[in-house]
Ligand binder design. Structure first.
Ligand SMILES: [Ca+2]
Ligand SMILES: [Ca+2]
Length: 116
């Protein structure tokens, strides 16, 4: 995996790990989803799928393998996007960084997983 992608994941992990414990709890995912104006209920779904050793928290390794599995799909969508506007699912706001957009896509892919 490219170094840049790992940096992106570390940045996202850091954003989620608000108490800097080095692991992510359900409540931290919930806070993150609220900030992104998404239903906090997705947090439990993420935890169920990503918590490989079922200890109730996500380490960076668990977080990384979860998102890397998703990234194949996410990046395919990302590469095919028209980055100038809104589509049915979300808007690319002026000033969005590539990381913001990837975050939105990852959240979107979690949401579509839940709804199917
Ligand atoms: Ca934490
Ligand atoms: Ca775990």
């Amino acid at each position: 995996m490219a170094k840049q992608s790992v940096d992106e994941l570390q940045q996202l992990f850091g954003e989620l790990d608000t108490d800097h414990s080095g692991a992510i709890k359900v409540s931290e995912i919930e806070d993150f989803l609220r900030k992104k104006k998404l239903p906090p209920a997705y947090a439990r779904h993420v935890m169920q799928h990503a918590d490989a050793n079922h200890d109730g928290v996500l380490t960076f390794a668990e977080f990384k393998s979860y998102l890397q599995a998703k990234d194949k799909d996410v990046r395919a969508v990302f590469n095919s996007l028209d980055l100038d506007g809104c589509n049915f699912f979300f808007c690319i706001h002026p000033g969005s960084t590539k990381t913001d957009i990837l975050t939105q896509l990852r959240l979107f892919s979690m949401r579509s997983e839940m709804e199917h």
